[in-house]
Design a protein around this ligand. Structure first.
Ligand SMILES: [Zn+2]
Length: 338
């Protein structure tokens, strides 16, 4: 279970940098939910609070005193960079190369210890340039600060804690990935109007990865079911599984046709325990089909193979010929002139 509550129109939400994040009743409710999950041994998907690495909400006490010193700036005037959402905002962008880093660590530790969370979820896991002269002599990136925060958090939660990394950019530095357990990615594709196609997937979505990828579903509300149906058809051929509500942006409520599709997908694959298989994805050439828009992938193990066929065309296909290419399943070793 994941607590993600960074904005709500009714004003009841966890403001970046706030402690306590809720009134007494709200704090008790979070504690009750955490305890209930632990009582039912919900450990596989831990209760995780959401933290944005960069956002500090202006309504939080202390903001006025510290914002000018800690803010990330991109112009000579040091204009504050607000991240608006509907009638409010998520917060103002701070720079992890400032006193904000220690503040953020204290926020994370308080939440982790007082609620007994099993892990941490960071959004904005990316380096952002800053020219605030209070932090460095000139233009600098937030890279060292992000590494510091992630390394510190890994020490806090230990090797058994779960660290979600969420990145809005197509390529996340691998040094960031080294600290995490899973990478939430492809959010840059979530708002697009066109239907997702396999060539749109960044190559880092399935090659050379260090962590399992979890793509963001389509956030659009028009044709939501069709969009997520299409996305799943593309992703599943690459061994990538989507997550969360799938009905709109992060402020939308959970549920809807896209969400049901995601749950159905997990239920279908759950009995196979795919972590014990080796994936040969759609671009590996392991499966040939009779249609260009029907992709094939193989999950192989010493005991059995699971072949996945995926139709990314809206039209139904019948009588689909397919075959597995055994030589594509083998890693060939070349020695000398052989
Ligand atoms: Zn800075």
């Amino acid at each position: 279970m994941r607590l993600h509550n960074d904005y709500s129109d009714d004003g009841v939400f966890w403001r970046g940098g706030a402690w306590p994040p809720y009134d007494d009743r709200g704090m008790e409710e979070v504690g009750r939910v955490v305890a209930t999950c632990h009582r039912h041994r919900i450990q596989v998907v831990p209760v995780v609070p959401y933290f944005s690495i960069y956002e500090y909400h202006p309504e939080v006490p202390g903001f006025a005193e510290n914002a000018d010193q800690w803010t990330r700036s991109a112009d000579p005037a040091g204009t504050l960079l607000h991240n608006p959402v509907r009638n409010g905002e998520y917060g103002v962008q701070m720079c992890p190369m400032s006193g904000w880093l220690e503040k953020r660590k204290r926020d994370v530790e308080k939440a982790y210890r007082e609620f007994g969370f099993d892990g941490i979820y960071f959004d904005w896991v990316e380096p952002l340039p800053c020219n605030n002269r209070a932090h460095a002599g000139g233009l600098h990136s937030g890279t060292d600060g992000v590494i510091d925060l992630l390394a510190w958090t890994r020490r806090l939660i230990g090797p058994g804690g779960v660290l979600f990394l969420h990145s809005g950019i197509g390529v996340t530095p691998i040094v960031f990935e080294n600290f995490g357990d899973v990478l939430i990615t492809m959010e840059d594709l979530a708002y697009r109007q066109e239907m997702l196609r396999l060539p749109d997937i960044p190559v880092t979505g399935f090659l050379g990865e260090d962590l399992p990828r979890v793509p963001c579903p389509s956030y659009r509300t028009d044709l939501n079911k069709e969009r997520n149906q299409n996305n799943i058809a593309v992703w599943v051929a690459l061994g990538v599984f989507p997550m969360w509500r799938a009905t709109g942006p992060s402020t939308a409520t959970t549920g809807g046709p896209g969400y049901d599709l995601t749950l159905k997908l997990f239920h279908t694959f759950q009995p196979y325990e795919l972590e014990n298989y080796r994936l040969h994805h759609a671009l590996s050439g392991a499966v040939r089909t009779g249609w260009e828009d029907i992709y094939g992938a193989v999950y192989g193990s010493p005991d059995q193979a699971l072949v996945v066929l995926s139709n990314v065309n809206a039209a139904r296909r019948r009588n689909v010929p397919w075959r597995v290419e055994p030589e594509a399943l083998v890693t060939k070793l070349r020695r000398g002139s052989e």
